[in-house]
Design a protein around this ligand. Structure first.
Ligand code: ADP
Ligand code: MG
Length: 654
């Protein structure tokens, strides 16, 4: 019943087109909201943008030249006669009969007594204000058709309203069906706003309901196992490290140790800027858990990162008798079987991998700690799967999205938070410079300087949007760089490579067999190569601040001077900010200010924190209402079967 092809006006072809817009069922369709509205209100002819109605008094003439066509006719506006010209609307000719009232939008040229039209509406706008929804489109569907099929499906579908009656009353919300209808067909601004607010509230309410349900459950199932923390051995390990931990790292560890020691299950988020040294904190935690006799698991969002953690951990734990395994999606079946076996009987102490470490068929022997790295890549629904593994393990999340604390407290309301703010001692500030693409030569000289110092270089190029062959651009760059740097080794990395190939490229870069690594943003997350001192980002204006900051964080991981070179032939405020600001938390605040609202720094990347209408910062007060309301509902959740089912389905809550 939710199939698109049951809707009037949607055939096989239209269905395929809709799929391209990520619309796969009726619900997707009716919540495919306009991204903006065009507001039309009658003006007079002097106005900058003229919107005026009148009666057609001559048959339209059409003339062609090259690939354009031009339509002209005369219009009577309250007895003032003017000429109207519009380009490339030849198809309108038959709709423009003498005597018909229409509305023309455009610019009036007084000397020629001609209205150069940008658009024509086939009705008299009168004295009303006309609001037209504008959708993001793709080839094969028009704004009008999309609006029509949406309205057709709204007729057919029974829409489930998730907002409890008492809040509908409290906020005086209109019905969900009306709200969605109005968003697609607004009759005036007031109704439109009312409708949008209602839909936003529902999104935020459901989101906060999940967060609060998780929080509530963490309280319910909070009893885990007390673990002993062997401070002496841990300190010994810490002093064997080649560096001193920062105060923030030590404080985070203190928080973690207290959680481990207590009977309460840990559910803690470590928030730290890129390069602030979160990994070592997680490694020390795993060591502590190993000492207390439990297994730990570390989950990373990509295979490259998992691999890196594996090498790092293996290296640091060399001197101990700790068994560590790496488990990836691409791990051979026979190897997997053996690893599962060893995990089950406790031969393995530390498991590192991607999503594959929470597969259903893995049975842990005595899992005591689960860590997710780059937690912002995983959504709310996934927060839970981890916790459900093993027997009440402690859970630690690592996130490199430095979002302001107030926001963090709400959207990560189900967790405790430790913040690592300061960078390791001795780090030099990364120098960020912006260049026009015409200045590429001086950039090449800078690269050469770094290569002479035996340092390595990252080159990043954005994917061409919608390009069939995403690696094409990268390969072009490779050719150019091979010409410019004949005596150096150049490697490329992009999403199309198999994980084996990626791994071997990363290994070559790590082992300095590659001097210049050209890549897409696959390197964005977490990669740690100390010897890289420069990152050059092409078409930098295409990236948001959060991504640029993550990319920049790939360098500056040693005590020598590092550089971030942003190449862009478009001026952008963001690039200026990047130049001036290095601190991620400050950058996040600037990002908020710059856009006035916008997505929270980097949070957008995480699966289910992207809302269709609501915005975590712009609608923050509503988020707080939703938080309070959802807490109220949770206390009597058994009375709300519908919502209970939602929680069961999305976060496995029973
Ligand atoms: P992130 O917080 O971005 O995950 P990493 O954990 O990868 O950062 O750490 C960045 C680099 O800094 C690593 O090479 C790590 O070994 C190093 N590092 C971590 N802590 C310190 C410290 N206290 N002093 C010096 N270097 C450190
Ligand atoms: Mg990291």
């Amino acid at each position: 019943m939710f199939d698109l092809n049951t809707i009037k006006g949607i055939g096989e072809k239209t269905e395929k087109t809709l799929n391209k817009l990520n619309i796969y069922n009726i619900y997707d369709l009716i919540t495919y909201y306009p991204f903006r509205y065009e507001v039309l209100k009658k003006t007079n002819l002097d106005s900058e943008k003229v919107v005026i109605s009148g009666r057609i008094i001559s048959n339209p003439l059409i003339s062609y030249f090259k690939r354009m066509n031009r339509l002209t006719f005369r219009l009577d506006i309250d007895s003032q006669i003017i000429n109207v010209v519009i380009f490339n609307r030849g198809f309108l000719k038959n709709n423009l009969q003498i005597g018909k009232y229409i509305t023309v939008i455009g610019k009036y040229q007084k000397e020629k007594n001609t209205l150069l039209a940008a658009d024509i509406k086939l009705y008299d706008i009168g004295n009303k204000i006309d609001i037209e929804p504008i959708y993001h489109l793709t080839k094969g569907i028009t704004n009008k058709t999309l609006n029509t099929v949406i309205n057709n499906s709204l007729n057919d579908i029974n829409i489930i309203d998730y907002i409890p009656d008492k809040f509908i009353e409290k906020y005086d919300f209109i019905s969900k069906k009306d709200a969605i209808y109005n968003i697609h067909n607004p009759s005036n601004k007031l109704i439109l706003n009312k409708s949008i607010i209602r839909e936003k509230y529902e999104e935020l309410f459901l989101f906060m309901l999940k967060i609060n349900a998780l929080k509530y459950r963490n309280g319910q199932m909070s009893i885990g196992y007390k673990k002993e923390v062997n401070k002496e051995k841990i300190n010994e390990f810490i002093s064997s490290l080649p560096f001193n931990l920062t105060d923030d790292q030590l404080n985070a560890l203190e928080d973690i140790f207290n959680d481990l020691k207590s009977e309460k299950r840990m559910n803690r988020l470590i928030q730290g800027d890129v390069g602030s040294g979160k990994t070592i904190v997680s490694i020390i935690s795993m060591y502590a858990v190993y000492l207390s006799g439990y297994q730990s698991a570390l989950m990373a969002p990509t295979e490259i990162l998992a691999k890196q953690h594996y090498e790092n951990v293996s290296n640091l734990f060399k001197q101990f008798n700790i068994n560590i395994c790496l488990l990836l999606g691409s791990t051979k079946k026979s190897d997997k079987k053996k690893i599962y076996e060893d995990i089950k009987n406790g031969n393995i102490n530390i498991i590192i991998g991607t999503h594959s470490i929470i597969q259903e068929d893995i049975n842990y022997n005595n899992l005591g700690l689960v860590i997710t790295d780059e937690q912002h890549r995983f959504g709310v629904n996934q927060r839970n799967n981890l916790r459900n593994k093993g027997n009440m393990p402690d859970v630690l999340y690592m996130s490199a999205t430095p979002i302001p604390r107030t926001y963090a407290l709400t959207i990560y309301g189900d967790m405790d938070i430790s913040i690592i703010k300061s960078m390791p001692n001795g780090r030099k500030k990364i120098i960020t410079e912006v260049f026009d693409s015409s200045e590429i030569k001086s950039v090449l000289y800078k690269i050469k300087n770094e290569l002479d110092l035996k340092h390595q270089i990252y080159i990043v190029s954005p994917l061409i949007e919608g390009a069939e062959d995403e690696n094409e651009d990268i390969e072009k760059l490779e050719k150019k760089f091979k010409l410019a740097f004949k005596n150096y080794n150049i490697g490329i990395l992009h999403g199309k490579l198999s994980s084996k190939e990626k791994e071997s490229v990363m290994n070559d870069f790590l082992n300095k067999n590659i001097d210049i690594l050209i890549s897409t943003t696959v390197i964005e997350v977490g990669i740690d190569i100390k010897n890289a001192s420069m990152i050059v980002i092409f078409d930098a204006y295409k990236f948001g601040l959060a991504t640029l900051h993550q990319l920049r964080g790939r360098v500056g991981r040693n005590d020598f001077q590092s550089y971030c070179i942003l190449i862009s032939n478009k001026d952008s405020k963001r690039l200026k900010i990047m130049k001036d600001v290095n601190d991620g938390f400050v950058l996040a605040e600037k990002d908020l200010k710059l856009r006035g609202y916008g997505d929270l720094f980097g949070v957008k990347q995480s699966g289910d924190m992207t809302f269709k209408l609501a915005n975590l910062t712009k609608d923050y007060n509503m988020l707080l209402d939703a938080k309070k309301d959802s807490e109220e509902i949770l206390r009597d959740i058994d009375d709300y079967k519908l919502l209970k089912d939602v929680l069961k389905e999305t976060i496995n809550m029973d």
